[in-house]
Design a protein around this ligand. Structure first.
Ligand code: BV8
Length: 221
């Protein structure tokens, strides 16, 4: 049984209308990453950060999974497949995928910065809204910002160490530690495959270029 680790990035959801970060017109050309995706930015201006994520949550609610999400959903739940995503949207789950590992958190979840309690995020987050568990007014998006430790790293590293195949989908490979997964998989003896609109220039044994809604179902078939 070939053990497969799949890592996806913003390109997986691009055709569903969710913006990518570093393509032309991407999110980081509209916002300064330091202002909206770091703990320091949140401390400085929580209202700006909440507005940034509330807008993305609204965009996500109006979006639909595309054929790439559906193809990965067919793969998910298999014992030999580990689905890791950098994306914070819920389109894989809405396509029916199970056991998705959101290493950068989830837009649909709220986190109490005091007690660590997590709950389903309302469409618009009220910073002063009391935590359902400890009453503190310290609500933040349950999203991993720059300088914060991504989630589930032990699980991911174990899967990479056992992988026979590592597939990277729709990611520029610029953000660590995710950008280092291809090397970790190669070190473990895995074959590496990139499915991307354009090759990211990372070190993959094979690359298939094209939109995710085409190349991912082709690969999964
Ligand atoms: C950590 C959540 C340590 C928020 C995100 C050197 C200098 C400075 C900093 C660092 C450094 N080395 C490492 C760091 C730290 C930093 C980092 O990597 N910085 C980068 C910028 C250099 N990393 C971190 O801070 C990480 N934490 O290192 O912690 C630590 C250790 C111990 C204790 C505590 C801490 C945390 C990083 C997580 C940040 N959060 N997201 C949010 O979403 O708002 S990152 C953000 O970038 C998203 O998660 C996104 O997924 C991720 C990667 O972007 P991509 O998904 O690749 O998207 P991008 O726009 O870049 O590319 C789009 C791709 O899609 C392209 O390839 C394009 O071709 C493709 N595409 C487009 N259309 C299509 C398509 N493909 C297919 N079909 C299409 N139609």
């Amino acid at each position: 049984m070939k053990r497969i680790v799949v890592l996806s990035g913003a390109g997986l959801s691009a055709e569903s209308g969710l913006g990518t970060f570093r393509d032309v017109g991407g999110l980081w050309s509209q916002y300064d990453l330091a202002d909206v995706a770091t703990p320091e930015g949140f401390a400085r201006d929580p209202a700006l950060v909440h507005a940034f994520y509330d807008a993305r949550r609204a965009n996500m609610a109006g979006a639909r999974p595309n054929a790439a999400h559906a193809a990965l959903a067919r793969l998910s739940g298999r014992d030999d497949v580990t689905l890791v995503t950098q994306n914070i949207d819920d389109l894989l789950e809405r396509a029916g995928a199970r056991s998705v590992i959101h290493m950068h958190g989830e837009l649909s979840r709220a986190l109490c910065a005091v007690c660590g309690h997590r709950w389903d995020a309302p469409p618009v987050m009220e910073p002063a809204a009391p935590c359902p568990a400890c009453d503190a007014a310290a609500t933040r998006p349950d999203v991993v910002w720059f300088g914060e430790m991504p989630y589930h790293m032990e699980t991911i590293e174990r899967a990479l160490g056992d992988a026979d195949l590592f597939v990277s989908i729709g990611t520029s490979g610029t953000v660590y530690p995710a950008a280092g997964f291809v090397e970790a998989a190669r070190m473990a003896g895995a074959e590496t495959l990139e499915l991307n609109l354009e090759a990211s220039g990372g070190r993959f044994d094979a690359v298939r270029e094209g939109p995710a809604s085409v190349v991912v179902p082709d690969w999964v078939a």
